[in-house]
Ligand binder design. Sequence first.
Ligand SMILES: NC(=O)c1ccc[n+]([C@@H]2O[C@H](COP(=O)([O-])OP(=O)(O)OC[C@H]3O[C@@H](n4cnc5c(N)ncnc54)[C@H](O)[C@@H]3O)[C@@H](O)[C@H]2O)c1
Ligand SMILES: O=c1ccn([C@@H]2O[C@H](COP(=O)(O)OP(=O)(O)O[C@H]3OC[C@](O)(CO)[C@H]3O)[C@@H](O)[C@H]2O)c(=O)[nH]1
Length: 390
Amino acid sequence: MASGVARVDLDGRPIKPMTICMIGAGGFIGSHLCEKLMSETPHKVLALDVYSDKIKHLLEPSTLPWADRIQFHRINIKHDSRLEGLIKMSDLTVNLAAICTPADYNTRPLDTIYSNFIDALPVVKYCSENGKRLIHFSTCEVYGKTIGSFLPKDSPLRQDPAYYMLSEDASPCIFGSIEKQRWSYACAKQLIERLIYAEGAENGLEFTIVRPFNWIGPRMDFIPGIDGPSEGVPRVLACFSNALLRRQQLKLVDGGQSQRTFIFIKDAIEAVLLMIENSARANGHIFNVGNPNNEVTVRQLAEMMTQVYSKVSGEPPLEVPTIDVSSKEFYGEGYDDSDKRIPDMTIINRQLGWNPKTSLWDLLESTLTYQHRTYAEAIKKAISQPVATS
Ligand SMILES: NC(=O)c1ccc[n+]([C@@H]2O[C@H](COP(=O)([O-])OP(=O)(O)OC[C@H]3O[C@@H](n4cnc5c(N)ncnc54)[C@H](O)[C@@H]3O)[C@@H](O)[C@H]2O)c1
Ligand SMILES: O=c1ccn([C@@H]2O[C@H](COP(=O)(O)OP(=O)(O)O[C@H]3OC[C@](O)(CO)[C@H]3O)[C@@H](O)[C@H]2O)c(=O)[nH]1
C-alpha cells in the first residue's frame, strides 16, 4: 500500500481490509484491477484464471511489497472443485471470466453461451448459498440496438437522447433475430443478470452488476501472431493496433459507421474500486461504466489512431490508411452490430460520485505508446523471418 493513512469510504467510515476472490484476474480488466488493489489498498486477492501472463509482474519476484496479498490459482471454473472453497474464504467475489470477443459470438455461439451463462451459474450459487457479496461483470451489449436505429435515417427524433441514451433502469434490451448469432453473448449476459437480480430479490444475495462500455488500454487482448493466434480476431483496439504496427490498412467493417464511446481502463478501474469499497452504496445496483464524452464512429477511431500512432512511432501514416470490408467477410455469417452506445451516468454519479476523466486522444496516446514499446520490435523480427514453405 502506498501510504499508511487509514482508508475511509465515501461516508467517512474506515474500510476494513478484505479478501477478494477475483475470477478472470489474468485478463485485461483483471490485470488492471489487481494492479490497483496491490498498489493502493490493503486488500488480499485470490486471483483465479487459466492464464497468468498479464499479471506475472504482480506475482514475481516474491520480494514484491504485496507478495503476501496476492495468490494465483490456475483454475478453469468450468470444472474445478476448489471454486466453492475459494469463494467461501473470501469476503467478496468479482467475476470477470467470460468469452467476450465479438469474433467468437457468431462463430462459437455454444462456447459463448456456456461461458457467459452456464459457467457463471455456480459462482452465483456459491455466493448466494454462502452469504458472500458478488460483483459480476456484464456488458453494455445487453442494451443491444438503440430505439433510434429503427427510425428513418432523417428522423429528427434520432437526435433526442430518449431514443439513444442507454439507462440501466429504463432502456429496453433490443437484440436481432436468432440466426444473428452475434447476440448469443448479449443474451447470455442478460439472462445471468436476471438470475443474479432474482437471487437478490428472493434469497438476499448482495450483488452489484457492472456494464462496461468499451474499456480500452494497455494489455487489451493480443496482437495476432505475436502473443496470440495468427488467425485470431481480437477487439477493435488490438485489430487496429496490429494493422498500425505492421503498416497495413485498418479494416472498417461495414463502412465503420457504428458508434462507440471509449473509456480509459484506468478511469474505469477507479469506478470498480469505489464499488468494492462502498458496498452499502453499490449493493443491489446495476452500473453503466463508460465515458459519454468520448463518442466516435469506428471510422473516426481509425483516423485518430492513425494520427496518434504516427506521433508516437515517428512513422508517417500510409497514404490510404483504411479499407472497407463487409461484416460477412470479416466476421462471417450471423454477425450484427450495436449502432450506438452512450451510457447514462445518472446512477453511478448519484451512488458513487464517479466521473471519467481521460479524453480519447490522451487515452490513445498512452495506449499506443505502450503498444509501440511492447510490440514494434517483435513485429519487425516476425516480418523479417522467411515464411516456411513445405
Ligand atoms: N473490456 C471491455 O470493454 C468489456 C466490455 C463489456 C464487458 N466486459 C466484460 O468484462 C469481463 C472481463 O473482460 P476483459 O476485457 O478483461 O476480457 P479478457 O478476455 O481479457 O478477460 C477474461 C478472463 O477470463 C478468463 N476466463 C475465461 N473463462 C474462464 C474459465 N472458464 N475459468 C477461468 N478463467 C476464465 C480468461 O482466461 C481471461 O483472462 C468479461 O466478463 C466481459 O464480458 C468487458
Ligand atoms: O478491425 C476491426 C474490428 C472491429 N471493427 C468494428 O469496431 C466496432 C467495435 O468492435 P469491438 O471493440 O471489437 O467490439 P464491440 O464494441 O462491438 O463489442 C464489445 O463491446 C463490449 C464487449 O462486451 C466486450 O468488450 C464486446 O462485445 C464494431 O462495430 C466492429 O464491427 C472494425 O471496423 N474493424
